[in-house]
Design a protein around this ligand. Structure first.
Ligand code: BMA
Length: 312
């Protein structure tokens, strides 16, 4: 039997490239996207020709046609504690809607390593940096869109030389100080995600659980392949993963996913739930351009439950 693709690629891919940006960048990729004022806003990562990254902003009416604004949205801070830890660039923003605001979780690079910055915007004109919410060697942080059991919840991916890089959960009373951390999902040996996994899009609430679209990496003789998978967390206890879909839901296939700045990469920071039960999924292709697709949310939930593997 052949599988129908569960994520339908948008026929106009790629949806945003460096040719669409009114200032000098080498790439447009790994973007966060959110619904805002009846339309969509995208915060995208771009490599400069120093090899370091900044974050630009683009707007859309339909979620597929985006127009980049004339200036970047976030560049490395020049003063204070944020400057110290952002000196090498800011990368891979997630837009986490929470309590009527938008919290940005982004990777901050410096000579001290990579850590996660938390910033807030309510208008996508100004941005307020709040705190670093991890130490070094963390990437890929997403926030749940509401408190669970009275606390904020985040997923992230610490680096480890001892165990394959895995997904961890932590809790907070105030978004600034985090604790009660534990590992909740690990790669499976000799599987499509055996090398490392990491949170992708901020989790989406469904009647049967929190839907978590994550990335998984497989090492080959030709470098690593980045693909996307999906799992389901228990609604009232997101530390418990109900089911992990055994197969990937998206793999590099189109020419701009196979070849680019880094070949064989689909990498997501965003999935936007729509009122009609679908979601729009956004992914950086080959660390070079932005792509979009759509999927039916309940089909992704069924996919997890129909072919589950244990999370650890
Ligand atoms: C990861 C990160 C991502 C990137 C991916 C593929 O380690 O750097 O930003 O998309 O590698 O190059």
């Amino acid at each position: 039997m052949k599988y129908e693709p569960i994520v339908k690629r948008y026929e106009g891919n790629p949806i945003l490239t460096r040719d669409d940006i009114p200032y000098a960048v080498q790439t447009v990729h790994n973007a966060g996207v959110a619904r805002y004022q009846g339309g969509y806003v995208m915060l995208f990562r771009s490599h400069l020709d120093t090899g370091r990254s900044i974050i630009g902003i683009a707007d859309s009416v339909d979620g597929f046609h985006f127009t980049a604004r004339p200036e970047p949205f976030m560049t490395p801070e020049r003063q204070g504690v944020f400057a110290e830890y952002e000196a090498f660039g800011v990368e891979d923003p997630r837009i986490n809607p929470l309590e009527g605001a938008f919290y940005l979780t982004y990777s901050a690079y410096s000579r001290h390593g990579v850590r996660i910055g938390l910033a807030k915007t309510t208008d996508f004109q100004t941005v307020e940096r709040i705190a670093f919410i991890t130490q070094a060697d963390y990437r890929n942080t997403v926030l749940f869109p509401e408190k669970v059991g009275g606390r904020y919840v985040k997923l992230d991916r610490p680096h480890s030389d001892i165990s394959p890089w895995s997904i961890w959960i932590s809790y907070s009373e105030d978004l600034r100080y985090w604790g009660d951390s534990r590992v909740i999902m690990k790669p499976v040996p000799y599987h499509w995600d055996e090398m490392k996994i990491g949170p992708g899009a901020p989790p989406i609430k469904t009647p049967r659980g929190w839907l978590n679209i994550y990335h998984g990496v497989f090492p080959t003789m030709d470098g690593s392949v980045y693909r996307l998978g999906v799992c389901l967390h228990k609604l009232d206890n997101p530390a418990e993963i109900v089911a992990v879909g055994d197969r990937w839901i998206l793999a590099p296939q189109d020419p701009w996913e196979l070849v680019g700045y880094v070949h064989n990469v689909v990498f997501t920071c965003a999935a936007v739930a729509e009122d009609d039960g679908t979601l729009k999924l956004y992914w950086g292709a080959a660390d070079n351009v932005m792509c979009a697709g759509s999927a039916v949310i309940e089909e992704l939930v069924d996919f997890c439950l129909a072919s589950p593997r244990p999370p650890m």
